[in-house]
Design a protein around this ligand. Sequence first.
Ligand code: DSN
Length: 412
Amino acid sequence: MDFLKEEDREIFNLIELEHKRQNEHIELIASENFVSKAVLEAQGSILTNKYAEGYPSKRYYGGCEFIDKIEDLARERLKKLFNVKYVNVQAHSGSSANMAAIRSLINHGDKILGMSLDAGGHLTHGYKLSFSGQDYQSFTYGVNEETGRIDYEEVRKTALEIKPNLIICGASAYPREIDFKKFKEIADECGAYLMADIAHIAGLIATGLHNSPVGYADVITSTTHKTLRGPRGGIIMCNDEELAKKIDRTLFPGCQGGPLEHIIAAKAVAFKEDLEPSYKVYMENVVKNAKALADEFVKLGYKVISGGTDNHLLLIDVKTSKGVTGKEVEDLLQKVNITVNKNSIPGDKERPAYTSGIRLGTPAMTTKGYSEEDFRHVAHIIDEAINNKNDDDYLLKLKEEVIELNKKHPTF
Ligand code: DSN
């Protein structure tokens, strides 16, 4: 970054500080990851200079001959990764992917049934402050508060009562496998479309570690920066040609203008990496590590929602376990260089700004090479921090322990 250093010292310095933070902290935010240098290079390339409104070979600007090839490569690699026929790689984010997907399936004012936020759903699945809760009549299903799992019979009853036009499955904070086949049966029974937002579990699905919604969901959306370990962005997939055309039109010009071709190139690079056998090994380790982390918290006496995890994340009820809110733990762990996010838990009585839980994920630190043993060690550091939350000297010692632990693994 020699040029940036020369041109804009303020931004350069802040990037350096963030770089240091990313190297010295244990990153447990379940939706984050560390991209490869190849992804970073594509993302930071001169492709950012090019306007390319439209789609390959149907652009509104000249000079797109190389851009077209790049976008086509991204599309072909993504089709192969998920075994789907039609994809759109232009969504700037998961939210814009969801907006285009929902608008392609149903009309303004129609009914959506999505997972509630406190049960682990996403804002764009019908939350009242999102377009999805404002442009549509939105209804929610949750999880069983005892088991922490989706009760498919309850979802079915709710769906038959509401008769939604669209059911959305997929979550931001659900630690268990989602049964897409059951969702499809429910959608068919009540005459609804089914959309699967696989943003969190895309990497597990691509590597066969989670059942796939392909063949069940009418539309599948995802982000590319979570388990897929690509640049920040969204994607949309389906197997129906007419619907695919509608999705393309709805995304551009319906929701977005010029695509971010530097990001699309970085998506292509990430998809190539995701097709490598080593990516499957990585994803297997992500899941093993999450299970080890959950297991260690259970041993330490914490209430882990649903008793464990099937995927890359876990939710801990810190309020019941230790009498502290999620926000208190998030702030406390910042002091020892561990980054987590507060998270609502099923039936949470605390407001979303406080919450009773924290969400922990293993994708980022698994990329850095953390093993099951390291994650068990991390559980102990978190426990010690919570138990000694008012002892600043002790917290400082824990912070040094975190920095030492990180030194064992390659820096980013
Ligand atoms: N904000 C994302 C997450 O952290 O899960 C979802 O979009």
